[in-house]
Structures are given as structure tokens and as C-alpha cells.
Design a protein around this ligand. Structure first.
Ligand SMILES: C[S@@+](CC[C@H](N)C(=O)[O-])C[C@H]1O[C@@H](n2cnc3c(N)ncnc32)[C@H](O)[C@@H]1O
Length: 295
């Protein structure tokens, strides 16, 4: 969930109250990607675990593909709503448990774990913490091998941009979310994106999301922001060979000290924060500079 602050919802950032779950259900790019990925990854008879089930829609997709599903949700009203909706949609194919996914452990091995507690930049939500806790506990109590995960991998990129933060004559450098596939007339890309992090969820998980990258400006710009891009590789496919991906809404965040660049200038972008941190942890640490030797 990209765009709802704790202050606004009154809930911790990682808990999505019922009144905001429809924003997830009506996000067509997200829904289509997950429906497609689950249909490709799930086989009849599989045991699927859905961590952070929300309204239960991913569990529903898995049950529809023939899986027996255990779904975990922490927020009580969301849990109660999901339980009723799942029962009416798929009967007892999904067992939903009111629990914290960080503590929950299945009684028997599972084939596939669904987990969508994602935010662009891996900020705000607790996917890394929840998946890390699950893997440790599963290996200790159930043993290896680990189940397959959906999403399978995460790729994060960043690029320096000039962002128009002026609205009807009023300038407010505040973070902006953007739909990936749409034209962005307020954004000038100073340089193409570069990857700063990529990992599979089966691997040891990152303690930091950090970048120290040098870009070469493709056009003159006042770099006053960076754009963060998070692509989730939901599932690998083999016939045909490829993957089902979901690129989350981009996040454009202002930099405290903008720099002016000309075509061919180098621009250095640095930041570090922990997964699950709030957006200010990124913006407070973010530095954009033109290296002295490049001038
Ligand atoms: C981004 S929503 C996704 C919901 C659903 N999986 C979907 O795709 O529509 C993440 C859900 O995880 C729940 N959640 C967050 N932290 C949790 C935790 N520690 N244990 C169980 N559920 C959690 C939230 O309340 C929310 O419903």
C-alpha cells in the first residue's frame, strides 16, 4: 500500500484497515499480475500459505487453482470480512487464522508462500521482517527445503530527476507516487535508472536498502529529486520461459540540496535505510552531488 500514512489511517503502516482494502482490490495492474502468477505457480492439491491475507483475494486465486490454503491476517475487522468472503467464495478450501504472520508457523510443510506486504522501496511495510521470521522459524521447526515464494525476487532501481513540485503557483517538495506506465509531464529524467538492489526471497534478506551510484546526465537538469522503482518478480515461468512481474507505483522524493547538471555531467546519488523504515528515513539520508572531478 503506497499512499496512506499512519497518521492518516490511525493504524500502524503495515496494517491496512478494511476501508482501504478496496484500493488494493481495484488496483488492476496488481490484481492481474497476482492472478496470473498464482494461476501459473499453483497446482491442484498444493498447500499454500498466504501471509498478510487482507481480504483474502490471493487465497481465493490459489483456492480457485485447486490449492488448500491457510491464510493469516492480523487486523481483526479485515480478518472477519475475509473469513466470510472466503467461505462464501470457496467454502472450506481456505482456512483463515487471526494471527501475526511473524509468529505463525504451519503445522505441516507448505509448497508455496504468498506474501504481499510490499511498498515501493520496501519502505513502510514489513515484508522483509515477516519473510525473514518465517524462513528462520520454518527451517528450525519444519526443516528444509524452504517452500517456493511468490513473489520470488525483488529488483530496485533509482534515477535522478527534475520534478515539478509547483501546484497552481505553490511549490511543495513532497513525495509523489506515479503510475509506471503513464506519461509523467512533471518529471524530467536526468539519467536512466540504475539497479541498486536485487535478491531472491529464498536468499538471506537485506538488512539495508542502500545506493551509492554515479549517473551520467543525458540532458541539462536541476536534479531536485530521485525516483525509486521497485519491480517484483512474482513468479518464474518455464513454458514459455519468462516471468510474471509487478512494478509498483514509482516514488519520487525531493532532495534537500538540488544540483544543476549539464549533459555529460556525473551525478552521484547516495542513501541508506532499513527495509520497513518510513519514507523520511530515505529522504533524510538522501544526498545528490556532482563529484568535484566531474566539474
Ligand atoms: C498490502 S495488504 C495485502 C492484502 C492481500 N494479501 C492482498 O493482496 O490484497 C497486507 C496485509 O497484511 C496485513 N498484515 C500486516 N502485517 C501483518 C502481520 N504481521 N501479520 C498478519 N497480517 C499482517 C495487513 O493488515 C494487510 O491486510
Amino acid at each position: 500500500m503506497d499512499h496512506l500514512s499512519t497518521e492518516y489511517t490511525g493504524f500502524p503502516a503495515d496494517v491496512i484497515p478494511l476501508q482501504y482494502q478496496a484500493l488494493l482490490l481495484t488496483d488492476e495492474r496488481r490484481m492481474k499480475a497476482f492472478a496470473d502468477a498464482i494461476e501459473r505457480a499453483v497446482r491442484p492439491g498444493m498447500h499454500v500459505l498466504d501471509l498478510g491475507a487482507g481480504t483474502g483475494v490471493l487465497s481465493y486465486f490459489a483456492a480457485r487453482a485447486g490449492a488448500v490454503v491457510t491464510a493469516i491476517e492480523r487486523e481483526p475487522r479485515v480478518f472477519a470480512t475475509a473469513r466470510a468472503a472466503l467461505r462464501s467464495a470457496v467454502g472450506d478450501a481456505v482456512r483463515i487464522v487471526h494471527a501475526d504472520a511473524r509468529d505463525y508457523l504451519p503445522e505441516e510443510p507448505v509448497d508455496l508462500v504468498l506474501c504481499e506486504m510490499l511498498h515501493v522501496g520496501l519502505l513502510r511495510e514489513r515484508q522483509v521482517e515477516v519473510m525473514g521470521a518465517f524462513k528462520r522459524r520454518y527451517l528450525h521447526h519444519v526443516g528444509g527445503p524452504l517452500p517456493r515464494f511468490l513473489p520470488e525476487a525483488c529488483v530496485q532501481a533509482v534515477q535522478p530527476v527534475e520534478q515539478d513540485f509547483t501546484y497552481m503557483g505553490y511549490t511543495v517538495p513532497a513525495p509523489v507516487f506515479q503510475l509506471p506506465e503513464s506519461r509523467q509531464p512533471r518529471t524530467v529524467e536526468a539519467a536512466p535508472p540504475q539497479v541498486f538492489q536485487q535478491f531472491f526471497w529464498t536468499e538471506p534478506l537485506p538488512a539495508r536498502c542502500a545506493a551509492d551510484l554515479t549517473f551520467v546526465a543525458e540532458r541539462p537538469a536541476v536534479v531536485n529529486a530521485v525516483r525509486l522503482i521497485t519491480k517484483n518478480l512474482l513468479t518464474l515461468t518455464y513454458e514459455p520461459s519468462g516471468s510474471v512481474d509487478w512494478t509498483m507505483n514509482y516514488l519520487v522524493v525531493p532532495v534537500s540540496e538540488p544540483v544543476e547538471v549539464l549533459t555529460g555531467d556525473e551525478v552521484r546519488v547516495r542513501f541508506a535505510y532499513a527495509p520497513g523504515d518510513e519514507i523520511p528515513a530515505l529522504t533524510d539520508d538522501l544526498r545528490v552531488s556532482v563529484p568535484a572531478h566531474a566539474r
